[in-house]
Write a protein that binds this ligand. Structure first.
Ligand code: NAD
Length: 504
């Protein structure tokens, strides 16, 4: 069994390990047991400024943006190797701070983050602008793609390391420098990442990690005029706030925000596969997943049968020790998150939805009886306008609603402020493609739910945000396009000068 020795952590600024200027710290808690597992600096405005100054200097004067892409790629590939060498320890640390089952962190989050890191090391070597031919006979043009500068990366707590890889590696690979702020409840693996960047040979100031509250430290980073781009994965409300703050200095923002994915089951679907898909896609990571299949729309002829199949499968889900490979569902990340889930379930019940299963805290043995666990929950008889259908719960709570026709399923699926992910379950590929074309979501899965790959873009429509994570599309968010115009005549008097002064 891998052991993790937890010690007080420092932050990583300008290549140095430092405490907060105020010397304040905050506790990191294991949500499965509520034990304090680490102390982390509580950074504030001064710490934000130091990190920004370091990253600015590293971008404006340092080697990183000026290196050949192949040299940068070499360092990023070394980082990927180091993550891989430390995978057991890092995955355990992720599970300790976040509560997710070890099989999810060890066999999914980390391998995917490593794959992502390797993908971007290579992809950034293929960035190209075009050089046009002598388009008007007297000049030529070169389109250059350049790193923008200093990117602030703000990450959430649901997939701390995976989101870090999605958000910080692409800007780095493109030659930017970064200041990373992880979510306060899950900062540990991001601090471990900083250590690995040091070992991999990133020049000082290129990667900085500061820890502390979003409302103070986070806002100081977002409002700092030396920052060029803010990339956030987080709640839609946080995204709105960051857009507002970033407008003060016309910063670019890249926002991956909330979701409330529809999961449409037609009566000709492989119901076995759809039921497995709903349980896996709905309750993954205790439902704390922006793409989680939380709104099940089931064609009326199979609605009852399908929901009964779900209940049977839910009974087999194992809750318990996240460090055990037998555990399917860990706790929610925090007490606050469980309160939010309980409040939403209470609102569903008071509005008249019916619980088919779950809806309460489970009974578990010590020390997990103290943890923030919640049973996998399924509602039927919910109405489209209820809070449990319209708002992101971010817990293991699904609703199943019947529909009659494709048009009704599409209308109800799109009737939401989010637009991140969706899925369609049918054996009729023509129907599937017709529905996929009309769903207003950044991703439509057909007969599956959740798979993502480094080569394909992930991002929202509507209030799920804009910009893309993964794939080469993400470079559009972290590079500038520059037009360089080259005169080929060497004439003092160009053919068009007369339009400003003098004769033709
Ligand atoms: P959150 O918005 O509360 O926090 C995200 C990060 O933003 C944290 O680091 C937090 O400290 C920081 N933050 C909060 N307020 C801030 C402010 N005013 N200024 C600057 N920084 C601030 O989100 P969360 O609860 O950590 O994560 C869950 C949310 O993330 C859900 O809404 C989920 O859907 C979303 N999410 C989206 C995707 C996606 O790809 N679209 C992926 C994962 C999670």
């Amino acid at each position: 069994m891998v052991e993790v020795t937890l010690k007080p952590y420092d932050m990583f600024v300008d290549g140095e390990w430092v405490s907060a200027e105020s010397k304040a710290t905050f506790d990191v808690i294991n949500p499965a047991t509520t034990e304090v597992i680490a102390k982390v600096p509580k950074g504030g405005t001064e710490d934000a400024e130091k990190a920004v100054d370091a990253a600015r200097e590293a971008f404006d004067k340092g080697r990183w943006p000026r290196m050949a892409p192949g040299e940068r790629a070499g360092i990023i590939l070394k980082l990927a190797d180091l993550i891989e060498q430390n995978i057991d320890r890092l995955a355990l640390l992720e599970t300790l701070q976040q509560g997710k089952p070890i099989k999810l962190s060890r066999d999914s989050d980390f391998p995917f983050a490593i794959d992502n890191t390797r993908f971007f090391a290579g992809a950034a070597r293929c960035l190209e602008g075009k050089a046009s031919t002598e388009y008007n006979g007297v000049a030529t043009s070169i389109i250059r793609r350049e790193p923008i500068g200093l990117v602030v990366t703000i990450t959430p707590w649901n997939y701390p390391f995976m989101m870090l890889a999605w958000k910080a590696i692409p800007p780095l690979a493109a030659g930017n420098t970064v200041v990373i702020k992880p979510a306060s409840v899950t900062p540990l693996t991001t601090l471990e990442f900083a250590k690995l960047t040091e070992e991999a040979g990133f020049p000082k100031g290129v990667v900085n990690v500061v820890t502390g509250p979003g409302a103070t430290l986070g806002e100081s980073l977002v409002t700092n005029s030396k920052v060029d781009v803010v990339g956030l994965t987080g709640d839609t409300l946080t995204g709105r706030r960051i857009m507002e703050l970033a407008s003060g200095s016309v910063k670019r923002v890249q926002l991956e925000l909330g979701g409330k994915a529809p999961f449409i089951v037609f009566d000709d679907a492989n119901l076995e596969a759809a039921a497995e898909g709903a349980v896996v896609g709905g309750y993954v990571n205790s439902g704390q997943d922006c793409t989680a299949a939380t709104r099940l729309y089931v064609q009326e002829g199979v609605h009852e049968k399908f929901t009964q199949m779900l209940v049977e499968r839910v009974k087999k889900i194992k809750l318990g020790d996240p460090q055990s490979r037998d555990t399917d569902l860990g706790p929610l990340v925090s007490e606050a998150q469980r309160h939010k889930v309980e409040d939403m379930v209470a609102s569903g019940m008071s509005e008249g939805a019916k619980l088919l299963t779950g809806g309460k805290r489970p009974t578990l043995l010590t020390p997990f009886n103290k943890g923030f666990y919640y049973e996998p929950t399924l509602f039927i008889d919910a109405k489209q306008d209820m809070r449990i259908v319209q708002q992101e719960i971010f817990g293991p709570v699904l609703t199943a609603l019947p529909f009659k026709t494709s048009d009704e399923a599409i209308e109800k699926s799109n009737d939401i402020l989010y637009g991140l992910a969706s899925s369609v379950w049918t054996t009729d590929i023509f129907k599937a493609m017709k529905v996929a074309g009309q769903l207003k979501f950044g991703c439509v899965w057909i007969n599956d739910h959740l798979p993502l790959v480094s080569e394909m873009p992930h991002g929202g429509y509507k209030q799920s945000g804009f910009g893309k994570d993964m794939s080469t599309y993400t470079f559009d968010d972290y590079t500038d396009i520059k037009h360089v115009y080259v005169d080929l005549t060497n004439d003092a008097r160009k053919s068009w000068h007369y339009t400003v002064y003098g004769p033709q």
